[in-house]
Write a protein that binds this ligand. Structure first.
Ligand code: GLN
Length: 282
């Protein structure tokens, strides 16, 4: 039978051949999943052999990864803002870039004991709104998604992180189901130009929900609907925080009409791209 060391070495080579950019990490994550052992155990017990059941599981996971399925859908989880979120096909896998939005909100609000009503449009796994509710124990949250799977997964994740009593998740379009009088609205809407979807990495293109990626011909469709809808639900002085594509600052700023939105600010991600736009409702 295969040892842990052989399993990692041979699988790394196999996944590299299949085009994975993170083959070594993938191999050890899948072996952790198949054996229930942590990474330290795998590397300190290189000559332990997989049991036949572990081997069968491992082989199943590796062949899925080989076809391009994202690791997070195979393991069923992804870390975001130091928390583990359940994910599955039908919800976008949270990206590290999106942590910029959480960090921006913390910097802008300042006081962790602040009270506010906050809503997220397009919740996906719930990673953004749940991370924020964990940071601000007196915030009350609302989440909307147009698809059923994100609503269910966000509710599961809210329970997992103990914020289910402060988060209402609803299926609907844009701000439709939200109450009035919100203090903050956040969104990471679909913003990829339709013509560029085919150029995305195979794993993303073939497995992640296009409803969470496809922003229409110029990538701005979601912002065109979302910005006026958010205006109607925010109080005067309320904050809108939007994740945007790395080259969309000017285009999205142009959609924030001067008489309706003030103090428009751009915030960068760790790679130095403008990733978040903040605007205050007049
Ligand atoms: N940043 C994501 C990606 O590159 C896109 C997310 C989105 O459209 N909101 O895949």
């Amino acid at each position: 039978m295969l040892t842990f060391e052989q399993a990692i070495r041979e699988t790394t080579a196999r996944l590299q051949d299949a085009g994975s950019a993170s083959a070594g990490l993938d191999a050890s994550l899948l072996l952790m999943l198949a054996t229930g052992k942590d990474r330290l155990h795998l590397y300190t017990h290189p000559y332990t052999e997989l049991t036949p059941t572990e081997f069968a599981c491992f082989e199943g996971y590796v062949s899925r990864r080989e076809k391009g399925e994202p690791i997070a859908y195979i393991t069923g989880e992804r870390e975001f803002w130091g928390l583990s979120f359940a994910v599955k096909p039908g919800v976008l896998i949270p990206r590290p870039d999106s942590e910029t939005l959480v960090a921006t909100l913390i910097a802008l609000v300042g006081d962790k004991n602040a009270e506010a009503k906050i809503a997220e449009i397009g919740v996906g796994s719930g990673a953004l709104i749940i991370s924020i509710l964990k940071e601000f124990p007196h915030f009350i949250g609302y989440g909307v998604d147009s698809e059923p799977t994100p609503v269910v997964v966000t509710q599961q994740n809210a329970q997992k992180h103990g914020v289910e009593n402060r988060l209402t998740v609803m299926q609907g379009s844009w701000c439709g189901p939200l109450p009035d009088g919100l203090n903050v609205i956040i969104s990471n809407p679909p913003y990829i130009r339709r013509g560029e979807i085919s150029t995305l990495m195979r794993d993303v293109r073939n497995y992640e929900p296009h409803t969470a990626l496809d922003g229409g011909d110029d990538g701005l469709d979601a912002y065109r609907s979302l910005i006026p809808a958010a205006y109607g639900k925010l109080i005067a002085g309320g904050l809108l925080l939007l994740e945007i594509g790395h080259d969309q600052k000017g285009d999205v700023e142009a959609l924030l009409e001067k008489d309706k939105w003030q103090s428009v600010h751009a915030f960068q991600d760790l790679a130095g791209h403008v990733r978040v736009l903040g605007a205050v409702r007049a």
